[in-house]
Design a protein around this ligand. Sequence first.
Ligand SMILES: Nc1ncnc2c1ncn2[C@@H]1O[C@H](COP(=O)(O)OP(=O)(O)OP(=O)(O)O)[C@@H](O)[C@H]1O
Length: 316
Amino acid sequence: MKLKSSGLEMLETCSTCQQKEHSAATRRANKSEKENREQQRLQSRLCRIKHKIIVLSGKGGVGKSMVAVNLAISLARSGKRVGVLDVDIHGPSIPTMLGLENEKLHGDGNDLLPISYGNLMVMSIGFVLNNHDEALIWRGPRKIAAIKQFLADVAWGDLDCLVVDSPPGTGDEVLSVCQLIDNLDGAILVTTPQKIAAIDVRKTVTFCRRLQVPILGVVENMNGFVCPKCGEITSILPEGEGRKIAQDMEIPFLGSIPIDPDIAWAGDRGSPFLEQFADSRTAEIMNRVVAPLLSLISAKGPNRSKRLAVESASSV
Ligand SMILES: Nc1ncnc2c1ncn2[C@@H]1O[C@H](COP(=O)(O)OP(=O)(O)OP(=O)(O)O)[C@@H](O)[C@H]1O
């Protein structure tokens, strides 16, 4: 015991240790100063964006990017200033869906400049990749830093709405967006009609509730098939899980969008469906699905959404 206590005394008085502690304290102070500056920069960007919506799903390939792009187009067509932020680090689809896959990231001083698609402004990790086959092999901290940089450094200017397209699941990217944007209007959850997708989407509902992100509604995509010859909609998948999630979990059901070969065609050609096939029956259905979201954005003032079905917070 005696030896141990005299060892401790040595530690307390040792000048090398004191120096080390002093440098560590300086590093900590510099780090928190840097973090404060970053936080201020982030807030000054975000406060110029009236509404922020994230499109989520627990399942991959269910149509999140398709919903994000067409919602953004619909808002832009109604005269809103809209940005689309693609935070799918490992599989960014937005550049392809908007025909921007050959665009590269530009900067101006400390600002990153969004790429324009008509009057839409777009930012995606896809603009950073050197070629289409390149894969980013990043762990969580690097992904989180990239998303932070997108939110803090992209010069969106004044926007009516930012639509964030996310990767499947509730991993680092989605968690970062939900935590960094503290006044998100809410999340749109996308599912397909099968139980297998719905099971994962239910987890996304729980995730949103734990993070106190309001749920704006569920979209059930790929419900029924639109015959390209006669336009009749035939049911080909088990039906109704999207509506069931909405009922069971007391969240709004925004509607169902059928499988339409023209949606897939439009996505591959980089020409948004609601622009290219504006007069089709499916476009009419899609317009009905996004109508409540348009009303939300058109309401005066930022973040007017009612916090829906949000349960008591628990820290994550
Ligand atoms: N209703 C639909 N009818 C036909 N094709 C569709 C429909 N919805 C989406 N698609 C097509 O399905 C593919 C997957 O859609 P999308 O990329 O939007 O899904 P995602 O959920 O964003 O995928 P990921 O999980 O990989 O990010 C795309 O080629 C898209 O054009």
